[in-house]
Design a protein around this ligand. Structure first.
Ligand code: SF4
Ligand code: SF4
Ligand code: SF4
Length: 253
């Protein structure tokens, strides 16, 4: 920042008991940079890449630093590599990556709680996920999920918090594809969103944490990927098999 390489650093700031995203623009402010809260591991996660996407659009000439966990880096890669008009470009982001604490990795059931671009520290032990479970065909999937989708209140929390959901016009908000103003929503509301996540979901779990109905959305997205024959795109499958494997043994997408 001092050298002018970046215009601002997007990270987390602690103020009293609160931790929230913050764009640091002066080096002296970085004393308040916070890596998270080990005591409340789920309380300090935000879709920083989504915030960065908006910042990059708003300040098209700036380069930004980004405090990145494993899932932040994965989401950043998705948005940079996608064939879409995106304000994010690899030359506009300097990643400062760090591994998550083990408590957080366990909380997230995370298969890769570290980014490739780590600046310091050790890789945290991952939760190894492997194997297959749940539906194998579309009818199986629908049967399994019909009851669950009835509990959705269509608050859009899952979409709004998702770091890779950045479309200006969202399919699940179009009447022709998904009937609007209808509760409970038709099952194709959740299934359509799940289909759009194939090959894009980075399994950060923010959608599940945001869902007031407690719907296990990560499981749905994995199952839809498998039913559509896109399992090879998955970073992991849903069953926890062996949490003792070393980070190097982890399957990564
Ligand atoms: S999903 Fe993984 S990388 Fe992301 S916050 Fe949780 S433990 Fe960290
Ligand atoms: S967050 Fe949960 S309740 Fe809200 S729209 Fe998404 S799945 Fe439905
Ligand atoms: S886990 Fe949920 S919030 Fe995270 S990338 Fe996948 S769909 Fe988006």
């Amino acid at each position: 920042m001092e050298s002018g390489q970046i215009g601002g650093f997007l990270g987390l700031k602690q103020q009293g008991d609160q931790i929230a995203p913050y764009l640091f623009t002066r080096p002296d402010e970085l004393n308040d940079l916070c890596l998270g809260d080990k005591d409340r591991p789920g309380d300090c996660r935000y879709p920083l890449v989504k915030v960065l996407f908006d910042l990059a659009a708003r300040f098209p000439k700036e380069v930004f630093g980004l405090m990145a966990r494993g899932c932040d880096e994965r989401a950043l890669n998705v948005l940079i590599n996608e064939d879409r008009t995106s304000p994010l470009h690899k030359d506009r982001v300097v990643v400062v990556g760090f591994s998550c604490p083990e408590e957080l990795a366990n909380h997230c059931q995370c298969h890769k709680p570290w980014p490739d671009q780590m600046v310091a520290g050790e890789k945290t032990k991952p939760v190894i996920l492997a194997g297959q479970t749940g539906a194998e065909t579309l009818p199986d999937l629908m049967e399994q999920w019909l009851g669950i989708t009835q509990t959705c209140m269509k608050c859009m929390g899952c979409k709004n918090v998702c770091p890779v959901c950045v479309c200006q016009e969202c399919t699940v908000e179009q009447d022709a594809l998904v009937p609007q103003r209808q509760l409970p929503p038709t099952p194709n509301f959740l299934i359509t969103r799940a289909v759009h996540m194939v090959g894009r979901c980075v399994y950060c779990g923010l959608c599940e944490e945001a869902c007031p109905a407690g719907i296990p959305l990560k499981d749905l997205y994995r199952m839809v990927s498998r039913v559509l024959g896109q399992e090879n795109l998955l970073p992991v499958s849903p069953l926890v098999q062996d949490a003792d494997q070393s980070p190097e043994q982890t399957v990564m997408g």
